[in-house]
Design a protein around this ligand. Structure first.
Ligand SMILES: [Zn+2]
Length: 172
C-alpha cells in the first residue's frame, strides 16, 4: 500500500479511535477514514499512472466537543477515465455525483474530493486550490491527493481560511 506523505504525530480523543497518521492539527475537523475506503481509493488511483483520476469522498460530519468528519464511501468521478490530461469538474461530473450520492448514500454528505498526481507529488496546485475554495468551502470539507507512481498520498483541510496538509485517523 502507498505510504502517507505526512510527518509528526499528535493525538486527541478522536485519534484514539483508530491509528493516527500524520499531524492532527488543533482547531480543525479531524479526519476519520475507514481503512476499506482508503484501500479502495488507493487501488482506484493505481488503475492509471499516466493520467489524473479523481472522485468524491462522502460520509458524515459531527460537531461539538468531538467534532470530526468521517469518510465512509468513495465515488469515482464520471468521465475520469476519458480525460486526457487532468481531472476537470464538468457540469456532468457534478450532476452525476450529486445524483449518485443521493441514490447510493442518501445519508451522506459530500465530505471532499480526491484526485491523482501521477509522478508529480502530493500537493495542491493553484487550480486545485481554486477548486477547493469554490466547491469545497465548508470548514470540514477535505481534499486528498494520491501520487500512484511515488506511492504516496496526503490529505488537505481548512484551518481557518487556510488550506493545509494534515494527518488523519484510520479506523477499521
Ligand atoms: Zn492536482
Amino acid at each position: 500500500m502507498p505510504q502517507p506523505a505526512g510527518h509528526p504525530e499528535s493525538v486527541n480523543s478522536i485519534a484514539r479511535r483508530g491509528k493516527a497518521i500524520g499531524a492532527i492539527h488543533d482547531g480543525v475537523f479531524p479526519i476519520l477514514v475507514h481503512e476499506s475506503v482508503l484501500e479502495e481509493i488507493l487501488a482506484y488511483s493505481e488503475q492509471d499512472v499516466d493520467r489524473e483520476l479523481g472522485g468524491f469522498l462522502t460520509g458524515a460530519v459531527f460537531g461539538g466537543e468531538r467534532k470530526h468528519v468521517e469518510i465512509s464511501h468513495f465515488l469515482p468521478a464520471v468521465d475520469a477515465h476519458s480525460k486526457a490530461a487532468s481531472l476537470t469538474f464538468t457540469h456532468d461530473t457534478w450532476a452525476a455525483m450529486t445524483r449518485e450520492v443521493g441514490e447510493r448514500y442518501p445519508e451522506d454528505v459530500i465530505a471532499g474530493w480526491q484526485h491523482t498526481h501521477p509522478g508529480f507529488g502530493v500537493f495542491l496546485s493553484g487550480y486545485d486550490l481554486f477548486i477547493h475554495r469554490h466547491f469545497f468551502n465548508e470548514p470540514w470539507q477535505i481534499a486528498m491527493v494520491v501520487d500512484p507512481r511515488e506511492r504516496e498520498f496526503g490529505f488537505f483541510q481548512w484551518r481557518g481560511d487556510q488550506i493545509v496538509d494534515c494527518g488523519f485517523v484510520c479506523v477499521k
